[in-house]
Write a protein that binds this ligand. Structure first.
Ligand code: ADP
Ligand code: MG
Length: 333
């Protein structure tokens, strides 16, 4: 790829011009799904270094944040911090702080302390049997974001009662995608994209392009303001909906997203796509907006300067397409 290339020296390091960059891609299983990293680098060795940095960051975050691993930091903390503040890692604290802020902003519609409830629904999706009502109400007694306390000064965490469980499944993948991207940027790579299933984070545009081509929907939406593809740089995009994980019971489809007010999976067919500067915000918001329902969701996203959202609500009467004003702006660019 050196054909006609102009190389310029900067600080003793040869910086390739965009025309000398090649596209490299790698896929690995992470966080219960597939993670894909795409980079534009001068050669395969630089790409390999970027893949290692990105995947290592995702693996480390998963070891901290996964509630599937009995001894992850997030699982240990609900055992050790009952009634006493316990210091946690910066990685865990960052995620818990973002989650709690979102709980306050949504009046508890977003709530990572729903762990005992989300576990019952996870089992239910495996057995294809609705969770037992008594078990659900027992689990609900061990939830509530006000029972989780964070101290920003000592970076410590406390919980109010035993047998609570934290589930950051709504926010962890988007966060990890942005963090992997940051690790790759530290190596000097300017154009990269990290995708952990539906959660994307990307930096500068691929060479010769005005942005990354991000497919927002399948192209069947009856709204001319909402193209199927956006061209974006330096952002994170997350999508939440019940298209992949759900449980069908007696003709109702329950999403893996829980309404904390009822302890039940959402039954409305709402798909939310959020564009924000960081995956922590994009992934948290997509889930939160889904629980809030269209009107409250739109109000919340309009109140956040950096975020844009597309809400698609399908009912038997048709499809309602609700883009936030910032989303319409992004689509025009
Ligand atoms: P996906 O995992 O498909 O990207 P989401 O980002 O919407 O989807 O995250 C869904 C996950 O969030 C659930 O599997 C569960 O772990 C968790 N969760 C479910 N309901 C809530 C809620 N009300 N608040 C916070 N997290 C939730
Ligand atoms: Mg989410």
């Amino acid at each position: 790829m050196m054909l006609g290339a102009v190389l310029s020296a900067s600080g003793g390091r040869v910086v390739p011009t965009p025309s000398t960059l090649e596209r490299f891609e790698a896929v690995q299983p992470h966080m219960g799904t597939l993670a894909r990293i795409t980079v534009f680098t001068a050669d395969a060795a630089d790409a390999r270094a970027a893949f290692t940095a990105g995947f290592d960051r995702i693996r480390a975050l998963n070891a901290t944040l996964s509630d599937y691993l009995p001894d992850s930091e997030i699982n240990r903390i609900t055992r050790t911090a009952v009634g006493v503040p316990v210091p946690v890692s910066a990685d865990l604290f960052t995620v818990l702080r973002a989650a709690q802020d979102l709980s306050v902003a949504t009046d508890g519609a977003f709530d990572i302390t729903q762990g005992p409830v989300t576990r019952l629904w996870r089992d239910a999706r495996k057995t294809r049997l609705a969770p037992d009502a008594a078990a659900l109400s027992d689990a609900a007694r061990r939830t509530g974001y006000r029972k989780l306390h964070l101290d920003d000064v000592t970076r410590s965490v406390a919980v109010d009662q035993p047998e609570m469980a934290l589930d950051v499944g709504a926010i962890g993948k988007g966060h990890a995608a942005s963090e992997a991207l940051a690790a790759i940027a530290q190596l000097g790579v300017r154009s990269a994209l990290v995708a952990i299933s539906g959660d994307l984070a990307f930096s500068g545009a691929p060479p010769g392009q005005r942005g990354w081509r991000i497919r927002i929907h399948d192209g069947d939406l009856p709204d001319p303001r909402v193209p199927a593809v956006l061209h974006l740089t330096h952002a994170a995009v997350s999508t939440s909906g019940n298209s992949e994980q759900y449980l069908d019971v007696d003709g109702r489809r329950y999403s893996h997203v829980i309404d904390p007010a009822t302890g039940l999976g959402l039954v409305d067919d709402i798909t939310v796509t959020v564009v924000a500067p960081h995956g922590l915000e994009a992934d948290g918001l997509d889930t939160a907006l889904g629980v809030l329902g269209v009107e409250r969701a739109l109000a919340l996203v309009e109140s956040r300067r950096d975020a844009a959202a597309l809400i698609v609500h399908r009912t038997k009467d048709g499809v309602r397409v609700v883009p936030s004003s910032r989303f319409v702006e992004l689509a025009r660019q």
